[in-house]
Design a protein around this ligand. Sequence first.
Ligand code: PMT
Length: 406
Amino acid sequence: MKVALGVCGGIAAYKACEIVRLLQEHGIRVQVVMTAAAQEFIRPLTFAALSGEKVIAGLWGPAGEPANLDSAIEHIAVAQSIDALLVAPCTADTLAKFAHGQADDFLSTLYLATPAPVVIAPTMNVQMWQHEATQSNLDILRKRGVQVVEPGSGYLACGMVGAGRMAEPEQIVATILAKLGIVRDLAVETVLITAGPTREPVDPVRFLGNRSSGKMGYALAEAAQRRGARVVLVSGPVALEAPAGVELVRVETAEQMRSAVVSRAAEASIIIAAAAVADFRVRKAAEQKIKRNGAISLELEPTADILQELSENRRPEQVLVGFAAETEDAVENGRAKLKRKNLDAIVINDVSRPDIGFDSDRNEVTIITADEKIEVPEDSKSKIAQRILDAALTLKTKTGRLAPAK
Ligand code: PMT
């Protein structure tokens, strides 16, 4: 998704930096459009660095450079490419331009050219805010469906006290997320997720591992974070970046994963164990690199069953979701794991198939709970993650297990 963020010339322009960051945390691309006055308060370079996108600072292209046609018609391209236009801070001047269809800068031209929903966060001196002209312009915009994030009251830059202070970035972003239909139904949850393989040392150079890439667990972490959850991701060694806004705990061995998970489990309202934890480790890893002298034998011992331990020590209101990597009789074996480990749900995937499961961007799962069997057809792991979270949330609401109020 992409949002154009209009920034006008007010002291609250610095808060637009936080708005950029918060929108990005939800996976939203942000293209900043600055009025001339805004550039008196903050430089375009700041927003270019934060957003990673080109900042539009003039209708005719960069200030001081000759006007070029590409810039002159760029507002049409931007207008068609965005999912929403957010103006924060929005000054009385821009608000008046919008209300009366004036189009003498990029932002006011963009407003007229875009079919996307518009949200504005006004900021101005209290007298200006209360002025009949401003209130009349606001009424015009509201009637056209423009959503106004009402300014708060408090100390204003001009030293006066009263209405006119731009709303806080969190409130503005929550408004635009709702406008975009981005549901934050996990906002009260803390979700603990495990991902990736573990590595069990054989000697200082070698280890026992598996083909888990971490993609399934990281997709769950990203989806949960975007739905408002606080996410703790305990990850074995993978080649993935932590999703924005997720607390990442890196581990190597099954024992390290167990220790990290057990120490964080108490704070979680939902736990999803997507990691491919080694079932065995070398009883005694060699202290020196094993030399090639013909065949060798390794004595393996079972690792601790983390999920079993979580289940035995769970809080009553916790929802526990396990995975099952099966190669035959997948549903029967998965259902047996659900019962044996006393889980709330188990996500079964057939890892004998090369096109899904381990290291693939796609998966196909069956989610089994005590009274449901949900077949989720093959899809991206991001989409599959959404369905797994939906099932976890349903379990919480169905069992009345609401997360402790924060
Ligand atoms: O990481 P990807 O490349 O995206 O691949 C995704 C996946 C195939 C790894 C994932 O979808 C998956 O199936 N994860 C579980 C793999 C696994 O270990 O399944 P299992 O049936 O062996 O284990 C059952 C459950 O017990 C799992 O939730 C596992 O995390 C847990 N377990 C296993 C061993 C152990 N010692 N402790 C555990 O808690």
